[in-house]
Design a protein around this ligand. Structure first.
Ligand code: N01
Length: 502
């Protein structure tokens, strides 16, 4: 059981939101830098973030384990090349325990409001368990944390069990049941083959066919795990190899989509291998360019769709009744359980509505007109001393988010070092620097497959603007954030004497 702070301090130097990869990584790096006066608050009951919450059957990472872990904390004990969710959660919990920072975590504590106060140069944060003042607010609250429920007529009248993939109801036994899964994204393609053998019948509702390439899965033997433990540098070498292999996707995404032709060939081969029926093959064959939506990996998804007890429904859903889903062709398919695997609220950080900056406006109010935009995906004009880990345009379609998170943490720690050394009480990026950063991103976005590939995806916001992904190599991001660039910031001297923490 993870310990949790029972009483909250009235004030801290740094308040961190979220105890997933970003929040835990922040805690570790703050402690390493000697910035010990911090508190991590987490709305859920423990460490893990998305890897604690997404417990649906088959949940696993689609980035290889050696790269989907912190570079400073390799784990020789991964059982598979692509880790299952329980192992990633256990990795994070174990790391938190070893880090010596757990005494500064408060669970079941949700931010409801955070306001910047110019006079004392502090964030005043209201949580479900009390108020905290902090010099800096560091949000690692995650981009994929709030489930998006589909707006389908009558869904609230369904009498059977209904739940979102990210809020799996483990009390519901699917054995022998008629089940529907709405959505065919990364979550769905892991759920479908896992539950298919147990259910009586499964309807999979597909709005857009995904590209699914083979999953080159490998179970590590005891000998391999022993080698990872005992041969210095072996895990690092593997990580480096995976890193560069993954970066090879970048030109095909951001420069010349035609370069992704080999991946398309793999996906079409995967369909041909998994499905014999030509009608079904046609239904699952995407009609847009590969990479436009996230490329998925599975060896079992297509065979599951081809199983006798599964129907892939491509007619659009018009309504849900008390016990069935009705499609546009008038067909009514009765079900006992409805699983919605319809993704997350992505184009605005869910925390944005709670954070109010210098002028009293919330991040979400500011982003409503222009779309999510920050400087280096980390700091935002008008929101002094606010850092976001996994902020605007820091998402990735091809490799591990941990690479981006570590780059941002290095930048944040360097910023804090500068603030301390220079006696800075408040800092925010200059408007010109922020605009230039975002203009450059949007200019680069124009030719990417995400904007030109002929699909709609969660990468784009309501204005059609890609505010989620990073359109360059990850090593470029790392380089651009390798040190804090004070010249692009407005810095205000500290008004309160160090130690007199209000
Ligand atoms: O969500 P999604 P997800 N009626 O948004 C469909 C990460 N992840 O939870 O494509 C009918 O991808 C929607 O259809 P369409 C990863 O970053 C990682 O699967 O919009 N259908 C789509 O098929 C991923 O990208 C792992 O036409 C509706 C699906 O629902 C992200 O999480 C594993 C609908 C939503 O797919 C989200 O994945 C799992 C409606 N009203 C997730 N609304 C790893 O392995 C939506 N859909 C690391």
């Amino acid at each position: 059981m993870t310990p949790s702070k029972t009483t909250l301090p009235a004030s801290v130097d740094h308040l961190v939101i979220g105890a997933g990869f970003a929040g835990l990584g922040t805690a570790i790096k703050l402690a390493e830098a000697g910035e010990d006066d911090f508190l991590v608050i987490e709305k859920d009951g423990g460490i893990g973030g998305t890897w604690r919450v997404n417990t649906y059957p088959g949940a696993a990472c689609d980035v290889p384990s050696q790269l989907y872990s912190f570079s400073f904390a390799p784990n020789p004990n991964w059982s598979m090349s692509f880790s299952p969710q329980p192992e990633i959660e256990a990795y994070l919990v174990g790391l938190a325990q070893k880090s010596g920072t757990l005494d500064r975590f408060a669970f079941d504590t949700e931010v409801t409001d955070a306001r910047w106060d110019e006079t004392d140069q502090r964030w005043h944060v209201t949580t479900s368990r009390g108020e905290i003042a902090a010099k800096t607010l560091i949000s690692g609250s995650g981009g994929l944390s709030v489930p998006k429920m589909p707006d389908i007529d009558g869904i609230e009248t369904f009498q059977g069990e209904v739940f979102h993939s990210a809020r799996w109801n483990h009390d519901v036994d699917l054995t022998g049941k008629r089940v529907a899964v709405i959505g065919t994204g990364a979550s769905s393609i892991q759920i479908v083959p896992t539950i298919q053998p147990d259910v009586e019948h499964l309807d999979v509702y597909q709005r857009t066919a995904p590209y699914v390439i083979p999953r080159n899965e490998h179970r590590y033997s005891g000998v391999e795990q022993l080698l990872f433990k005992s041969v210095p540098g072996l895990q690092w070498a593997l990580r480096t190899g995976i890193y560069w292999a993954r970066e090879l996707y970048v030109p095909g995404f951001v420069w010349k989509p035609a370069l992704a032709a080999p991946a398309k060939k793999l996906a079409l081969g995967n369909i041909a291998k998994g499905i014999k029926d030509h009608g079904l093959r046609a239904k699952v064959t995407p009609d847009y360019q590969i990479g436009c939506k996230r490329i998925l990996i599975s060896n079992t998804y297509y065979p599951a769709l081809a199983a006798d007890n599964v129907e892939l429904v491509t007619d659009s859903i018009v309504k849900v009744t008390g016990d069935a889903i009705v499609t546009a062709d008038g067909v009514e398919r009765p079900i006992d359980v409805l699983i919605v695997a319809t993704g997350f609220q992505t184009t605005e950080q869910p925390i944005a509505e709670h954070i109010r900056g210098r002028d009293g406006a919330s991040l979400s109010e500011i982003w409503a007109s222009q779309g999510m935009a920050s400087y280096k995906g980390t700091t935002t004009r008008g929101f002094p001393n606010l850092f976001q880990v996994v902020g605007a345009n820091t998402g990735l379609a091809h490799t591990s988010m941990i690479v981006m998170i570590e780059a941002q943490l290095a930048y944040i720690v360097d910023a804090l070092k500068t603030m301390r050394a220079e006696g800075v009480g408040a800092m925010e990026p200059q408007q010109a620097a922020q605009d230039e950063w975002n203009d450059d991103i949007q200019r680069r976005m124009q030719r990417t497959v995400w904007n030109t590939g002929g699909c709609s995806s969660w990468y784009l916001d309501a204005h059609g603007k890609n505010v989620t992904l990073w359109p360059r190599a990850t090593f470029t991001f790392r380089r651009l954030l390798s040190s804090f660039d004070a010249k692009n910031y407005d810095l205000e001297p500290a008004r309160i004497i160090e130690g007199a923490n209000a």
